[in-house]
Design a binder for this molecule. Structure first.
Ligand code: URA
Length: 192
C-alpha cells in the first residue's frame, strides 16, 4: 500500500480509538514530514500549542528541536519525520504508562509504514514507547542501538534543554554525534 494512504488510514484509526483520548484533550497530533524519511524524531506527547493546531513540535521545545535538525544535522525539516508516540495531550501533562501502552501499537504501525533507518528517541517516554525499556536518560543519552536493521539513537527531550540550560550542550553534543552517523550514511552535509 502507498505510504500516504497507509498513514491516512492509520490516522483515521487513531481518531476512532476511544482509549487513545482517555484523560487527554485537544486535537490529535499525528506527526509530519516526509513519509519516506530516513530519519524520524520521536518525542513524548503533544503540548498545548500542538494540541491546538494538530502539528507536532511547534512550541518552544519544537522550535529548538527544529533548529538542531537544521543547524547541526544540516537536514531540511521537510526531509525528516517528526512525531510523538502519544498522539493526544494528556490532561496531566506527562503521559501515564497506560497512555504509552495504549499508544504503542499505533505508533509501531506508523514506524512500520515509514520505515526510517534512524530513529531518534527524545527522552524517557520515547524509549519506553519504542523500546519498551525504563532507562535513565542522563546515563544512556548518546547511545546507539543497532537492532533489526534500524539504528535507535537516545538523547534528551528538547524540553529538558529548554528548562535547564546546562542540558543544552549535552543535547548539542548528542546531535554532533548523530551528525557523524547520518554523514556516514551519506545524508546531510558534512561541511559547515
Ligand atoms: N513535545 C513532544 O514530545 N511532542 C510534541 O509534539 C511537542 C512537544
Amino acid at each position: 500500500m502507498n505510504k500516504v494512504i497507509g498513514l491516512k488510514k492509520l490516522a483515521a484509526e487513531i481518531e476512532h480509538c476511544a482509549d487513545c483520548k482517555k484523560d487527554s484533550t485537544g486535537k490529535m497530533v499525528f506527526g509530519e514530514g516526509d513519509p519516506d524519511a530516513k530519519i524520524m524524531f520521536v518525542g513524548e506527547a503533544p503540548g498545548k500549542n500542538e494540541a491546538e493546531t494538530g502539528r507536532p513540535f511547534i512550541g518552544r521545545s519544537g522550535k529548538y528541536l527544529r533548529s538542531l535538525i537544521r543547524n547541526i544535522l544540516n537536514l531540511n525539516e521537510k526531509d525528516v519525520y517528526i512525531t510523538s508516540p502519544v498522539k493526544y495531550l494528556p490532561k496531566r501533562g506527562t503521559p501515564s504508562k497506560k497512555q504509552i501502552d495504549t499508544a504503542r501499537p499505533f505508533f509501531m504501525k506508523q514506524l512500520t509504514i515509514i520505515k526510517p533507518k534512524v530513529i531518534v528517541l527524545l527522552g524517557k517516554t520515547a524509549v519506553a514507547a519504542v523500546l519498551n525499556q525504563d532507562i535513565s536518560i542522563l546515563k544512556e543519552h548518546g547511545s546507539l542501538i543497532d537492532q533489526n536493521n534500524k539504528i535507535y539513537f537516545i538523547t534528551l527531550h528538547p524540553a529538558a534543554a529548554i528548562r535547564f540550560a546546562k542540558f543544552r550542550s549535552t543535547i548539542a553534543s548528542d546531535f554532533d554525534a548523530l551528525k557523524i552517523i547520518t554523514a556516514k550514511l551519506g545524508w546531510g552535509s558534512e561541511s559547515e
